[in-house]
Design a binder for this molecule. Structure first.
Ligand SMILES: [Zn+2]
Ligand SMILES: [Zn+2]
Length: 148
């Protein structure tokens, strides 16, 4: 599987050796720190259910994009999402690319950074950035989302 942004081969959840990647079925790009995620690859039921319900919002709606689903090569669509935090307020809007065919999503690293910028001191490579962003995603799967 290749990164839809830069064509780098994606690191599989198992090869990453990190439980947060394998639990949520997250593939990551070692070049741009983007994350690809697929409900079938997720081991956690919470994550897989969340992805399937998010997928419903891409079947008939969303704006067509140039990027190609790394899992099934269909053209992906983009929509704005916000997540509802524990205190009831909404996070900043982020753009999520979703595949209208399979339950897969692409998260650009910059989009997730807008929700929770990783501590710069701890980021020394795209790999550590991807790991920090996977933790953000893990957290988001426990929050309700709002489609805009
Ligand atoms: Zn990439
Ligand atoms: Zn797909």
């Amino acid at each position: 599987m290749l990164c839809p942004r830069d064509g780098t081969r994606l690191i599989s959840p198992v090869d990453s050796g990190q439980s947060v990647f394998s639990r949520n079925g997250i593939f990551h790009c070692p070049t741009c720190a983007g994350l690809a995620i697929n409900s079938e690859a997720a081991l956690s039921e919470i994550c897989s259910k969340k992805l399937e319900s998010m997928h419903d919002g891409f079947k008939d709606e969303g704006t067509p994009t140039e990027i190609c689903c790394p899992f099934c090569q269909s053209d992906m669509k983009v929509r704005d999402f916000a997540f509802r935090k524990i205190d009831g307020s909404l996070t900043e809007l982020i753009e999520i690319d979703g595949c209208p065919e399979c339950s897969s999503f692409w998260f650009d690293s910059g989009e997730l950074q807008r929700l929770s910028p990783p501590n710069e001191a701890s980021i020394d490579s795209p790999k550590s950035e991807a790991k920090a962003l996977a933790v953000v995603l893990d957290l988001l799967f426990h929050l309700p989302y709002v489609l805009l």
